[in-house]
Design a protein around this ligand. Structure first.
Ligand code: BTN
Length: 247
């Protein structure tokens, strides 16, 4: 991962760019990375936008071709990617790095980055996967509505971080996790994911359809459902069905 690096000075979205390249040009090698200095229309989960000040942050898309991955196992790719980024961040930041379900990167209660994976499916397997990653790296100022919820690596470390060395760390760790996925080592992937999971096993407030309740995350299933123990009864939630309240 990362051997073939395509650097762009400006683009709407690296995910869009990679998708466009896949539909047009000759086949790109697996592990190709698109990196943009300025991504001016970045996309996030749930139709959100992803804002990143030009030149200061990591906005990349990685091309994977997990043709070994059946669609009922596709959440394991999210787990592998989140684990990889989490491990790269933990190598720089000693405490407080977690993965928030399904695949946000957190430092204590603030978001440091996010992942947007777009799979193209052929039959019952994943033909190609565009793994978009946005990380707040050297940005010092956030919009007023983000100030309490976003943080950057340089704010945590009190020094700037070289984007290309960070990229290479992330690629290395993602590759290692991807190889686990390839060898069906789901048990180890799941274990690493749960070990770093934000609010795992701790009482916290959640909201579903306007109802607020307290519960503890007890698991995330292989299909990506988050299981919360509410007064001794386990409830399993799909992405979008439940909100974390205290952040
Ligand atoms: C999220 O937290 O909602 C996911 C954010 C993903 C942002 C990255 S930045 C690079 C890639 N290109 C995009 O348009 N989005 C992803």
């Amino acid at each position: 991962v990362g051997q073939n690096l395509i650097k762009l000075s400006a683009v709407d979205s690296t995910n869009n760019f990679l998708k466009m390249m896949l539909s047009k040009s000759e086949p790109l090698p697996e592990g190709t990375v698109i990196m943009a200095d300025n991504q001016y229309a970045g996309r996030g989960q749930q139709e959100n936008t992803w804002h990143a000040e030009p030149g200061l942050n990591l906005t990349i898309s990685i091309l994977l071709k997990p043709s070994f991955l059946s669609i009922n196992r596709q959440f394991m790719l999210n787990i592998a990617v989140s684990n990889g980024i989490g491990k790269a961040l933990k190598a720089l930041v000693e405490t407080g790095i977690t993965v928030k379900w399904p695949n946000d990167l957190y430092h204590y209660d603030r978001k440091i980055g996010g992942v947007l994976i777009e799979n193209s499916i052929s039959g019952s397997v994943i033909k190609s996967s565009i793994v978009g990653i946005g990380l707040n790296v050297n940005q010092k100022r956030f919009d007023p509505f983000q100030v309490k919820t976003a943080v950057s690596l340089s704010e945590i470390l009190q020094e700037d971080v070289n984007l290309l060395s960070l990229l290479s760390e992330i690629c290395g760790h993602i590759e290692a996790q991807y190889l686990k996925l390839k060898s069906n080592n789901d048990v180890s992937l799941h274990e690493d994911y749960i070990t770093s999971l934000y609010k795992f096993g701790r009482p916290a407030l959640y909201r579903q359809n306007g109802e607020t309740f307290e519960g503890k995350i007890v698991d995330v299933t292989a299909q990506g459902l988050m299981v919360i123990d509410v007064n001794g009864v386990n409830r399993a939630y799909n992405f979008k069905e439940v909100e974390f309240l205290s952040d």
